[in-house]
Write a protein that binds this ligand. Structure first.
Ligand code: HEC
Length: 395
């Protein structure tokens, strides 16, 4: 596909993805908050589950949660299921446009694997589908009755997945696949468990039957899983723009840390309405998480590169050969037809301005050239480091 068209597709789908995601996650957080803050009123019948008053945009809202008496379906009922579907469908489309099209340029990382892009795509798709089958099976099995054990097992499997994926594709693609897996589990929960249970609830009420409480309980359990997934998922999506995360020495450890801290923070925020002393552990977890993130994503560049300083002419020759095929006003690369991230390295002044980023990407994280497509050597990385260390002279 034409590179310009692909970029536009990327942009438009991403736009939809972010809007739908805000609506879905925002709703999910709001309803979770509601559930935890409802006040049960003494003067109501057994179907009453709680009430709350809210203030928003120029008016008061009175919300009551209750089970309806059989046969009393309101004429108009709002469900929230398309926000989730739109988020997931646009997310999968983005995965295809950004990672699977264009020859799998973002999947490749010769320092990790020599797997063919088609095989990587196979692994990616297989993982996404397989993860749902395993997760759903686990939480339908008798094991699910021992909640802590099933959750621990599920988390362990997710860690294993993170570890495995970082060994068959670039760190960046592996991060995104873990994110897509989590998003798919959440969407599966909505469409395979929560929506069917709501359908049953509506059908029972319409037909004048009493509702089977167990169905609702199973839906609630999956809804809580989704709640714990939200923070790690959002971190993973944002992390794709931060090479120090997926370019870390142990990218799977960064993922494991984020899964643990993200879900932990969500947990403390959930229990805060009914639990005293939730704040100090929250601060503790955030500080420990940040310290862990700092330690895991910090990369010691080759310290004070040894050898004589490198002249501008020499550095420019390297950049021209290894970077400019993509990072130019007029790239010659077969996939990137406009300078990626707007980074242009044609002119000396641009090289000087971007010297620290050149060092970060080509020397420290070694995440450029992308997939080492232009075959940059270690010696060339070392020489670029020496040019930057000498103050990035441009004459
Ligand atoms: C095959 C194409 C390709 C080549 C060759 C390439 N890059 Fe990139 N570069 C990209 C893409 C795609 C992005 C945007 C995605 C990203 O940031 O990972 C990017 C982004 C960047 C960024 C901006 C993001 C940031 O971290 O500030 C810098 C700087 C960069 N590259 C430096 C380099 C350097 C230095 C070289 C040569 C050693 C190089 N690139 C070679 C494709 C390429």
């Amino acid at each position: 596909m034409d590179a310009h068209l692909r970029e536009l597709l990327d942009l438009v789908i991403r736009w939809v993805h972010v809007i739908a995601g805000i609506m879905w996650i925002g709703n999910s957080l709001l309803f979770n908050w509601l559930d935890r803050n409802l006040v049960k009123l003494a003067d109501r019948d057994a179907r009453h589950e709680g009430e709350i008053w809210l203030l928003h945009s120029g008016g008061f809202y009175q919300v009551e949660k209750k089970q309806l008496p059989p046969g009393q379906m309101p004429a108009m009922l709002h469900w929230f299921k398309w926000q989730n579907f739109t988020t997931w469908a646009s997310g999968i489309s983005l995965l295809v446009v950004v990672y699977y099209m264009g020859g799998g340029a973002l999947l490749a990382d010769p320092s990790v694997t020599t797997l063919h892009p088609h095989a990587q795509i196979g692994v990616g798709v297989g993982t996404i589908v397989g993860a749902w089958v395993v997760y759903d099976g686990l939480f339908r099995s008798p094991l699910a009755k021992i909640e802590w054990l099933a959750s621990l097992l599920g988390l362990g499997l997710l860690f294993g997945l993170a570890y495995g994926l970082t060994h068959v594709m670039s760190g960046r693609a592996a991060f995104l696949h873990v994110g897509v897996v989590i998003g798919t589990l959440m969407t599966g929960n909505v469409w395979m468990v929560i929506v069917p249970s709501q359908r049953e609830l509506v059908a029972a009420t319409t037909e004048g039957r009493e509702q089977d409480k167990r169905i609702g309980m199973r839906a609630k359990a999956r809804s809580i899983h989704n709640n714990y997934f939200t923070f790690p998922l959002l971190f993973i999506m944002v992390s794709n723009h931060f090479p120090s995360t997926f370019g870390a020495k142990l990218p799977w450890a960064v993922l494991a840390l984020i899964l643990f801290v993200g879900a932990g923070v969500r947990h403390l925020m959930n229990i805060r309405f009914h639990t005293k002393g939730w704040f100090p552990p929250l601060v503790g977890l955030c500080v420990a998480g940040l310290a862990g993130l700092f330690a895991l994503t910090r990369r010691e560049g080759p310290k004070a590169p040894s050898g004589p300083p490198v002249s501008f002419a020499e550095a420019q020759a390297i950049v021209q050969q290894r970077c400019v095929p993509c990072h130019s006003q007029h790239p010659t690369d077969d996939v990137w037809k406009a300078p990626p991230s707007g980074v242009v390295l044609d002119a000396p002044a641009q090289m000087k301005l971007l010297a620290s980023r050149i060092r970060e990407r080509a020397v420290v994280t070694r995440s450029m050239p992308l997939g080492n497509k232009t075959n940059m050597t270690d010696d060339e990385r070392d020489r670029l480091a020496r040019w930057v260390a000498a103050g990035a002279p441009i004459e």
